[in-house]
Ligand binder design. Structure first.
Ligand SMILES: [Zn+2]
Length: 264
């Protein structure tokens, strides 16, 4: 017993003094905590014994394996060979204690790892956002430094799920647009370093990404991600300025029939 206590104390000490990356290293996490392991085809999933996640792990695996293949297809990329480490923490406190990252979910592509809080309301362990970040980074890269970097990264991650909140992306943007509760794509691309009201911004980025991909193709968007590090880069790729693309997108949204009145 004494040994166990001293090990726990030294591990806590280690966590306090380690860098963020060390704390998020799968080796560190697996050494210092109790996990159940599920080796799936493209994932190694780690979750707490007897946790809520342990009771629905089969559904998580089914959704993630299916999403994994779909994301590669949507991106027109060959399937990555390395397995993704998929950590599921019991609570936000559990995740912060171990990773020092205050969020429901994050991804670190150099570790091929995603880190989730098993949140029953968000059901985010069923989402593909973080896995999408890993696949984008491993297949087409981290993105060119510049004003489009955060937009193309988050835009692709949101687009691969094709929804924000519970709504399909265009419906989400139209609803928020009608409620005067969302900015124009160009506004936030210009202010890419401002992180206020990120939730709506991500939905808007996703909808604009979907518009660009639906109308100009995934290959052009990938070139934007890889090389479009200024507004001239955008114009060279798309043949129109980002301001013109923004206007086209808004006209498309305004003309789109409201989902509430649409028959499908
Ligand atoms: Zn993201």
């Amino acid at each position: 017993m004494k040994n166990i206590i001293s090990i726990i104390i030294s591990l806590l000490f280690l966590q306090c003094t380690s860098s963020f990356m060390e704390r998020n290293d799968p080796k560190t996490i697996l050494q210092s905590n109790e996990w159940t392991v599920y080796n799936a085809i493209h994932f190694n999933l780690y979750y707490r014994p007897d946790s809520r996640a342990s009771k629905r792990i089969d559904s998580v695996v089914t959704i993630q394996e299916k999403g994994f293949i779909e994301i590669h297809k949507k991106l027109h990329q060959p399937i990555i060979s390395d397995k993704i480490n998929f950590f599921i923490f019991n609570s936000l406190e559990d995740k912060i204690n171990i990773t020092n990252h205050r969020s429901d979910a994050h991804a670190i592509s150099s570790y091929n790892s995603v880190y989730y809080v098993d949140n029953p309301e968000l059901s985010n362990v069923f989402g593909l956002h973080e896995v999408s970040h890993i696949i984008v980074h491993k297949t087409i890269g981290l993105g060119a430094a510049g004003p489009f970097k955060l937009f193309t990264n988050e835009g692709l991650a949101v687009w691969t799920e094709d929804k924000w909140g519970k709504l399909p992306l265009y419906d989400y943007y139209k609803k928020k647009f009608n409620e005067n509760d969302i900015c124009e794509p160009i506004e936030f691309i210009d202010k890419y370093d401002k992180t206020d009201s990120l939730k709506n911004v991500y939905g808007a980025w996703g909808a604009f990404t979907k518009y660009l991909i639906d109308n100009y193709g995934i290959d052009k968007f990938i070139i934007l991600h890889k090389t479009g590090n200024d507004k001239n880069g955008f114009k060279n790729i798309y043949g129109i300025s980002v301001e013109e693309a923004n206007e086209q997108f808004l006209v498309f949204i305004k003309n789109r029939i409201d989902p509430a009145t649409r028959m499908e």
